[in-house]
Design a protein around this ligand. Structure first.
Ligand code: NAD
Length: 469
């Protein structure tokens, strides 16, 4: 369903009307247009606190893009040692800054105590107003869970409050702010995550903290336009909505996609599969035989999978006292139990290949809870628990992560009453709903072969919804 208000406030008359009435003026988000990368091509400013562990990696990554790289003059030596000195121009943060920036990237990994948090202010205070529309703020810190000294853990944890607040301040520009917490030896695992958060693929992801751990090896992607070339993905609930978009984006990135949905959706499913050059599998994931049917299908046709995306989901809303038992049972069975049983079958039969990806679709209802959704929220919160528990057990570079969408423009949200729909759309830092492709792009980032250090995360795709944390 199209957001008419968003269109209206971006006309000259609508803009004036919204301003005079004090109404929100959401900025249209810039999204990935077709295959390929969508990293900044304008000015990007890089800074770091003393002793930054990530600035070299990020400097050399950015030096290899079309961005026009600048660095705070305090990090000159580090940028030089990254081999990016030739391409990068120093900026004196104490002087008047004339240009605007597409992205501000700050390596905060060197902050060891709370006084050193001042480095955030020194970098962002003179530059934040220079961030352009649809701009990106990215802060890289150390995972506080791995910091032994309380002062260091406090200062690294503090980054979360900082980034979430910045995200709220810049959302009106259609800009986002996110935080990466890396393990101290994980700088080489940053690549795919830095690319994602600086690109327009993360248009509707803001105020999020992602943990990157060290992994057995570093995988590099040679063809950034088709990082999933030669890989096989299975997407459940792929006949429409978010699942259809996931299937399209994974195919765009090079994967062969098995699109799965219930037999009743076979006609639409086959159309999706045909359009993306994939294959349709009509199967109800709650059927007792579904794990075996899926495993047999994968084994016979492909000899294994590189990605499985558990997207199929249902809502059966009723307040708890009014909820019939089959509403409860169905929501738990589709949204949670089926995922576990299918994974068990695939893992047991070793049909998930080395460096494969499991992605589950949760919901912000599972994080915040929602009136009339005890069953749905239970299932979607269970998904997060499942991801966190399975992540450390996976071997061979395999990862499992979740996305938690907020208000996404689909048939599900189009069916909401008008006032609830409008509230859902506006109650986030970007003052608009997301699109299915925003969820799909986030999943594609998890699926990148280079995302091998990204494991056990739940990232919200919600424009920093005011609901939940
Ligand atoms: P949708 O209803 O449009 O699509 C869900 C798909 O899952 C359908 O094609 C359906 O046939 C399929 N499905 C349902 N039960 C199945 C079963 N037993 N076996 C196989 N397939 C089955 O919903 P959507 O909005 O595209 O949502 C996709 C996922 O995102 C769901 O898990 C949903 O809970 C989650 N989500 C959506 C939103 C949103 O705003 N739309 C927000 C948060 C989370």
């Amino acid at each position: 369903m199209s957001d008419l208000y968003l269109k209206f406030v971006n006309t000259p008359f609508g803009k004036t009307a919204a301003q005079s009435l004090g109404l929100p003026s959401p900025v249209p988000l810039r999204r990935q247009d077709g295959p390929g990368e969508s990293l900044p091509t304008g000015d990007v400013l890089l800074g770091a606190a003393n002793g930054g562990k990530a600035v070299k990696e990020v400097g050399s990554l950015l030096a290899g893009t079309d961005a026009s790289l600048h660095h705070a003059d305090s990090v000159e030596t580090l940028v030089d040692s990254a081999g990016a000195g030739q391409q990068s121009r120093p900026v004196d943060l104490t002087a008047e800054i004339s240009q605007s920036f597409e992205a501000l990237v700050f390596d905060a990994t060197g902050i060891k105590d709370t006084r050193e948090l001042r480095a955030l202010y020194d970098f962002f205070h003179p530059t934040i107003r220079k961030l352009g529309r649809n701009g990106r703020v990215l802060v890289i810190g150390l995972d506080p869970g791995n910091c032994r000294k309380p002062a260091q853990a406090a200062s690294q944890r503090a980054l979360e409050g900082f980034v979430r607040s910045v995200a709220k301040e810049i959302g009106k520009k259609g800009a986002t702010a996110n935080l990466i917490w890396m393990a101290s030896t994980a700088a080489r695992q940053l690549d795919s995550t830095v690319r994602f958060f600086l690109s327009s693929r993360s248009a509707y992801v803001s105020g999020q903290c992602v943990r990157i751990g060290k992994s057995a090896g570093t995988v590099t992607v040679d063809n950034q336009a088709r990082p999933l070339d030669g890989k096989v993905a299975l997407v459940t609930g792929a006949s429409r909505g978010i699942g259809e978009s996931i299937a399209e984006v994974l195919a765009r990135d090079g994967a062969t996609v098995i699109a799965l949905d219930i037999p009743a959706a076979k006609e639409d499913l086959e159309k999706v599969a045909k359009r993306i050059g994939g294959e349709a599998l009509a199967c109800d994931i709650t059927d007792d035989k579904a794990p075996k049917t899926i495993a047999d299908f994968v084994e016979k046709g492909y000899d294994g999978l590189d990605m499985i995306i558990h997207n199929a989901g249902i809502t059966r809303d009723k307040t708890l006292g009014n909820m019939p038992e089959h509403f409860w049972d169905m929501a738990i069975a589709v949204n949670l139990t089926a995922e576990e049983l299918i994974n068990d079958a695939l893992l047991e039969r070793e049909l998930l290949r080395e460096n494969s990806r499991i992605v589950c679709v949760s919901s912000i209802s599972g994080i915040a809870g929602n009136f009339g959704q005890t069953n749905y929220a239970t299932s979607k919160c269970g998904v997060i628990g499942y991801v966190e528990a399975l992540a450390p057990q996976l071997k061979n570079g395999m990862t499992i992560n979740a996305v938690a969408p907020g208000f996404i423009e689909t048939q599900m949200t189009a069916a909401m009453p008008l006032t609830i729909r409008e509230a859902g759309r506006r109650m986030n830092s970007l003052s608009q709903g997301g699109l299915p492709v925003d969820v799909a792009e986030t999943i594609a980032w998890y699926c990148s072969p280079a995302s091998t250090g990204v494991n056990g995360n739940t990232v919200r795709v919600c424009g920093q919804s005011l609901i939940g944390r």
